[in-house]
Design a protein around this ligand. Structure first.
Ligand SMILES: NC(=O)c1ccc[n+]([C@@H]2O[C@H](COP(=O)([O-])OP(=O)(O)OC[C@H]3O[C@@H](n4cnc5c(N)ncnc54)[C@H](O)[C@@H]3O)[C@@H](O)[C@H]2O)c1
Length: 435
């Protein structure tokens, strides 16, 4: 059944819990593109195309012309942070974009002032700030977030909102009884249950308000039965988690290639140096454990050692992140990959990726908010697996293993767009060209 898609009329408010490097690079980037000061490189919604019909049909529109996405001029930004810096000051602090560029964007960025955050130092240990909600229990704080959203929407005349977590990585915690049902979760909010993380309070507030929610960090947030049930009941699309940008992106490019050629892999050693605030937070073992889980899961799920024991059963995979302030946001990621070929003869691959973390993440934020808004207007609800393309640990239906291969993910994304518009899905069988 082809869904009916409501038009993308009016303004779309983008709310980010966390106004740090990624969030402000995204906001500044959109403002820069609007002013013609740069191109939206890395954004599929802005630059990507989708082939329709047969290869001989010559129908390859831009994605943004094929499906009704909100335009950049329709976006309005808001957010919460524990620090009081507005988006201009926070972007200047993050030192991702050049001061000359930021100065030109100052009038629009300085209008984005962070609302008071819901914060708990037990969940993010390395930072603390003054701009926090102090009154009431977690339920009242969730209500305060819902009020923030309403006020933001009215003040800015927004037709719709989307929320995307761009906050720090919270410490590792597992789903508990309080996460299992909405009733247990709401009871937990009222009694400040320590098992409820701040990111979960934001997700709850978004879903209760019918606002689509994405998680750009690896923490346990809305990937719990209580909140997924809420998303379905309120007909809200959600996705997550952990933006797939630097080293893990490289991994999901390379690993499917090794497997496609039936090449073995005995070891994959990955290490990084990173000096931004994210790096500082990840220096805490609790937060790093959360990140490590999503980074490690990728290879096992791509290489499927259970199906190919002779190639991957002994794979040793290690991931490290070292906080190294001199590098700031300009992360360097090294990979040493020990592979083997015909008759078991060993070979090595080395990758040294001198990347820019937030430059890689910003276009993903843009695509995710535009696609989530599209999904909502198309009446899609719950986990949006077609957005796995953007995540290190894609959320799926219970019991389903995630698809990590980036090219399968892209095919799934484009086929979902074709399905939304009633176009034929592309299987790449192509026998008809030879009939
Ligand atoms: N940049 C990338 O390539 C990339 C990739 C994958 C995931 N991520 C994740 O995205 C997130 C953002 O990254 P970043 O580089 O912008 O980090 P950052 O440290 O620059 O920004 C995070 C901001 O969140 C704020 N914050 C923390 N807890 C909060 C709360 N409860 N409410 C409101 N604000 C809160 C912090 O004060 C900080 O300003 C991190 O979790 C990071 O791990 C980034």
């Amino acid at each position: 059944m082809t869904p009916k898609i409501a038009p993308a009329k009016g303004k779309l408010g983008i709310l980010t819990p966390g106004m740090g490097a990624v969030s402000t690079t995204f906001m500044a980037g959109v403002e820069a593109v609007k002013k013609g000061l740069g191109e939206p490189i890395g954004s599929l919604t802005q630059l990507g195309t989708v082939r329709l019909g047969k290869r001989t049909d010559n129908r390859t529109p831009k994605i943004k012309e094929f499906v009704p996405l909100a335009g950049l001029n329709q976006l309005v930004f808001g957010g919460w942070d524990i620090f009081e810096d507005n988006a201009y000051e926070a972007a200047a602090h993050a030192q991702v974009l050049k001061p000359e560029l930021l100065k030109k964007l100052k009038p629009s960025l300085q209008k984005v002032k962070p609302m008071k955050a819901v914060f708990d130092k037990n969940y993010v240990k390395r930072i603390d700030g003054p701009n926090v909600k102090t009154k009431g229990n977690l339920r009242e704080k969730a209500e305060a977030l819902m009020d923030d959203m309403k006020t933001f929407q009215t003040t800015n005349g927004c037709d719709r909102l989307v929320m995307i977590w761009c906050g720090s990585t919270e410490v590792f915690h597992r789903p508990e009884a309080v996460h299992q049902t909405l009733a247990a979760f709401e009871k937990g909010l009222a009694k400040n249950d320590p098992g409820i993380a701040p990111s979960q309070v934001y997700a709850y507030a978004a879903l209760k308000s019918g606002v689509p929610f994405a998680n750009g960090a690896p923490n346990l947030t809305h990937d719990i039965p209580a909140l997924l049930g809420l998303a379905r009941d309120h007909e809200v699309p959600v996705c997550g988690k952990d933006f797939k940008t630097g080293q893990t992106y490289m991994k999901t490019l390379l690993a499917p290639g090794l497997k496609a050629r039936m090449l073995g892999c005995s070891g994959w050693f990955s290490t990084n140096i990173l000096g931004n605030r994210d790096g500082e937070v990840l220096d805490d073992p609790g937060s790093f454990k959360t990140k490590e889980e999503t980074k490690l899961s990728v290879l096992d799920q791509i290489l499927q050692p259970n199906l190919y024991p002779e190639l991957y059963k002994d794979l040793f995979h290690s991931v490290k992140i070292n906080y190294y302030p001199p590098r700031g946001d300009e992360k360097e990621g090294w990979d040493n990959i020990d592979i083997f070929g015909w008759l078991g003869y060993p070979m090595q691959i080395k990758i040294d990726f001198l990347c820019r973390d937030s430059i890689l993440a910003a276009p993903l934020v843009l695509d995710l908010v535009l696609f989530l808004d599209l999904a909502k207007r198309a009446g899609m609800k719950g986990v949006q697996e077609w957005l796995s393309f953007y995540f290190k640990a894609p959320m799926t239906a219970p019991g389903l293993y995630p698809e990590h291969d980036v090219f399968i993910q892209l095919m799934k994304l484009k086929n979902t767009l074709r399905w939304m518009k009633g176009e034929e899905l592309i299987t790449h069988l192509g026998l008809e060209y030879y009939d």
